[in-house]
Design a protein around this ligand. Structure first.
Ligand code: GLC
Length: 573
């Protein structure tokens, strides 16, 4: 039962609910880079299971695991060749069951990844389609089109792959098939009822094995506009600022929603709250909120928050609009700064405004590491106080940086290869986790093997270097998560606080300078009291009032003021 508390007229009201996902902190595990139990240099399910106590101690509520299904690994497992099994690289079905059961014993929930927009070209559905003649029922599982007899080399339309190059490839018999991503990832035809039925079976397969939910890959892509019309913009332009993604005939089409209504009905047949979270790169806020309407997804990733540059006004507006849009449909807002597709925040947040980019790791000049580390800690500190659900990507709690200088021959992201290296791709945020400074592969794998080389800096940032170290990023996140739980911040009410006005009033008419204007400040109120969060992105330190008590600070040296690029949590009377 969920109730929005009517008592207070807060900007975002408190939520009284026993639904765990409304306020959960969810940790993303990228299996190939988390922990390698069998020594082949690629992380695996037994590796994850062994580290679950670390996640319990960190203080998260749930784990989302990126794909571990059989796959040729052309897109690191997002090219699935069998939705109901496990790739031997990662383990077995019995390993999944052991992982889920251990997680549940530790009080952690488990969310798995579902990739419905496309399969691998090795999937038996696609192999069957290729073996069958054009226009056969087998081909109707995918999006095939005849070549133009007058110009057989012309693609059926001008759509581009997200990873670069055309979104069409040719079969040996001359037909074209659509792939919004790599040519090894053909798009399924969601107009075909058989495809819809097949995926309900996949949902049940994993729900029967006890998983608590699904993160749905490319949830905004399944339905394409009728007739597959040409588009007058490149994919890159569409992803650029200010473009509403529904302007593209392959993103955010209204028809996707009936698919999710039908999936939700399947989830609701199961006991306990099983959840779906949408990976939908959709703008503006009202469009993304459509995915979390009654009877559809429980959550959608808030990518506007992730993509916000280091600017107080932009952040404030993003928080405001996120709450506004989600509250209207009764859904929790999610907060996310990092995942396996974007430049790590400890690097991204220090990029100069003209180089600021969040996605797919375009080549950027190496930014100042101290500045990045400082801002990432401040951003995480502010994020973990926000009501709703928050996501952490593995290594974010260690302050890991993007590895920008990976040698060409080690790079595996199809983006790098499809753009001839013009776009570096996402390998830099996927480098294996450092657990121990003085162990082979920094404790990632006993054999010392690692599928991507780890920089020496990762040794200094290893878990064993941070554990118990006051002021380390890891201890900061542990403290924040413990306080978040203790003060029930995830379900609190939220109000902005105008510190700029207060500072101006204090400074008097002659000194209206900007003490406070670069600040994002807000109160989160629960039965435990009011937690005031002050995030300073401006040039001037903000003096902490004498009657406020510091609960946590992103900069451990903070005593009486909040300096630039720092965030604090204050208990106020
Ligand atoms: C999603 C995944 C990304 C993958 C793509 C294609 O955006 O997060 O890693 O490459 O979908 O499946």
């Amino acid at each position: 039962m969920t109730q929005l508390s009517p008592a207070r007229s807060s900007f975002h009201p408190a939520v009284e609910s026993d639904e765990w996902w409304r306020s959960a902190v969810i940790y993303q595990v990228y299996p190939r880079s988390f922990a390698d139990a069998d020594g082949d240099g690629i992380g695996d399910l037994p590796g994850i299971t062994a580290k679950l106590p670390y996640l319990r101690d960190l203080g998260v509520d749930a784990v989302w695991i990126s794909p571990f299904y059989p796959s040729p690994q052309s897109d690191a497992g997002y090219d699935v060749s069998d939705y109901c099994d496990v790739d031997p690289l990662f383990g077995t079905l019995a390993d999944v069951e052991a992982l889920v059961s251990r997680a549940h014993d530790l009080g952690l929930r488990v969310i798995v990844d579902l990739v419905p927009n496309h399969t691998s070209d090795r999937h038996e559905w696609f192999q069957r389609a290729l073996a069958a003649p054009p226009n056969s029922p087998e081909r109707d599982w995918y999006i095939f089109r005849d070549a133009d007899p007058a110009d057989p080399e012309r693609t059926p339309n001008n759509w581009e792959s997200v990873f670069g190059g055309p979104a069409w490839s040719k079969t040996p018999d001359g037909q074209w098939y659509l792939h919004l991503f790599d040519s090894s990832q053909p798009d399924l035809n969601w107009e075909n009822p058989r495809v819809r039925e097949a995926f309900k079976g996949v949902l049940r397969f994993w729900l029967d094995r006890g998983v608590d939910g699904f993160r749905v890959d490319v949830a905004h892509g399944l339905v394409k506009a009728a007739g597959l019309p040409d588009i007058d913009r490149t994919t890159e332009e569409l992803q650029g600022e200010g473009m509403t993604t529904s302007a593209a005939p392959f993103w955010d089409q209204d028809g996707v929603h009936e698919i999710y209504l039908s999936w939700r009905a399947v989830l609701d047949e199961y006991p306990e709250d099983r959840v779906m979270v949408a990976e939908a790169w959709v703008e503006p806020y009202e469009r993304i909120a459509r995915y979390v309407r009654q009877g559809e997804f429980h959550q959608a990733f808030n990518f506007s928050f992730l993509e916000a540059p280091w600017d107080a006004a932009v952040l404030r507006e993003c928080i405001e609009e996120s709450f506004r849009a989600n509250d209207l449909v009764g859904a929790p807002t999610t907060w996310v700064l990092s995942n396996h597709d974007v430049i790590r925040p400890a690097t991204r947040l220090a990029l100069a405004p003209e180089h600021f980019t969040s996605q797919l790791g375009a080549p950027v000049p190496a930014p100042n590491p101290e500045l990045g580390a400082r801002r990432a800690r401040a951003a995480t500190t502010a994020m973990l106080a926000l009501p709703g659900s928050a996501y952490l990507y593995q290594g974010e709690e260690l302050g890991l940086v993007e590895v920008l200088d990976l040698a060409e021959e080690t790079r595996q992201d199809p983006t790098f290869h499809r753009t001839n290296g013009e776009r570096l791709g996402r390998d830099g945020c996927r480098v294996p986790m450092p657990w121990q400074r003085d162990a082979p592969a920094y404790g990632f794998s006993e054999s010392g093997a690692a599928w991507l080389p780890q920089p020496t800096l990762y040794g200094d940032l290893a878990v064993d270097q941070q554990e118990g170290e006051d002021g380390s990023p890891l201890e900061l996140v542990r403290t924040l998560l413990a306080l978040r739980r203790e003060r029930a911040l995830g379900t609190g009410s939220f109000d902005f606080v105008d510190l700029a006005a207060a500072a101006e009033a204090r400074a008097g008419a002659d000194n209206k300078a900007s003490a406070g204007s670069g600040i994002v400040a807000f109160d989160v109120t629960t039965a435990a009291g009011t937690t005031r969060v002050v995030l300073n992105l401006g040039p001037q330190a903000w003096p902490i009032p004498a009657d406020a008590r510091i609960l946590a600070a992103s900069d451990p040296s903070v005593t009486d003021s909040v300096p630039t690029d720092c965030a604090v949590w204050l208990a106020i009377a």
